[in-house]
Design a protein around this ligand. Sequence first.
Ligand code: GLA
Length: 392
Amino acid sequence: MEALTSLDSMQLSFKEHFGRESEYTFFSPGRVNLIGEHTDYNGGHVFPCAISLGTWALAARRSDDRLRFFSMNLPRMGVLEFPARGLVYRPDASWANYLLGVVRMLEDAGYVLQTGFDVQLCGNLPSGAGLSSSASIEVLMAVLLNELCGFGLDRITLVKLAQKAENEFVGMNCGIMDQFAVGMGKKDCAILLDCNTLQYRYSPLDLPEAAIVIVNTNKRHSLTSSGYNDRRRDCELALADLQKVRPLQALGELTPAEFDRLAGQITNPVARRRARHAVYENARTLEAVEALEAADLAKFGRLMDASHVSLRDDYEVSCRELDLLAELAWKHPGVIGARMTGGGFGGCTVNLVQKAAIPDFEQVLREEYTKNIGYAPSFYVASIADGAARLA
Ligand code: GLA
């Protein structure tokens, strides 16, 4: 997918809205998770990568202490203005809350802005599609302020701060995966991250014959209003039951065999299924990375498929649109593996597809999906990108 607009028109727009030239340009990617879904806040593993779709920021320092923001994606909201200190959540500030949250978390950690900034955003990530448009913006702001204010914070601290902004300021109780992938992404690599310890390693995605194709249901999801926080609670309930019989910090510490032996301790059957997903998905993720690194793409694909089934049946975060896209993909001869990706309840599937089969794959899915759902899906062949950074 192309940039929404060229850098030239971003600069023109900046001048039009702020009455001067921009001084700095930053880019922050979105992310797609290959496997390891709803494992991050359960102390398990995830395997995401940063993608070349994302958000650009143009910025200029101000001589006063005002923050002024403009989004080219939501031009009708106009330029929004805030003080640089003492920020609180503002329902009317919509997308700007992701930026305000980062400013506030920095301030709470002792990193106070000495000047204001004019910041314009422009993104080509479909919003509400499960590709982390919010983490993209949060990490973008954290990296931008860290550099322009000379705070000297390391990347992982910025990633955690961005997650904190989303948890405490925006009120979405997400795990660390999205901000980590956006902040720590590396070109042509996926990241195996242990969300319990934050130990990670890069795994090269060397796929000469295959590509990662993201298919958007174009059904919007809303994580806060959806069952995301409910799922977290279900898992906490299950963990509390297990802790009565075994010292345990997180579900991610259990192997599937251990879980099967202990599962009877979880009194609520729904919580038991949620926990089963978390434990099995974590094991699947480790197995999948091993398969990928042994060039066993077929096995990696089977584990992707199994991940979808578990998210659909045990975790119940899929929906009719995602299931249909996954089923159509599983039937296609050029598909190695397919699953829903991200929080669920809408959003996208991630598909590992033989390069030569991509045109037919897109045609079949577009036709069948449109026939059944009434509108078309969108397709993005993902390029795996670096994490957020200042552009020269
Ligand atoms: C959302 C959250 C992540 C993670 C995924 C599910 O994207 O922001 O922290 O929990 O859902 O894997």
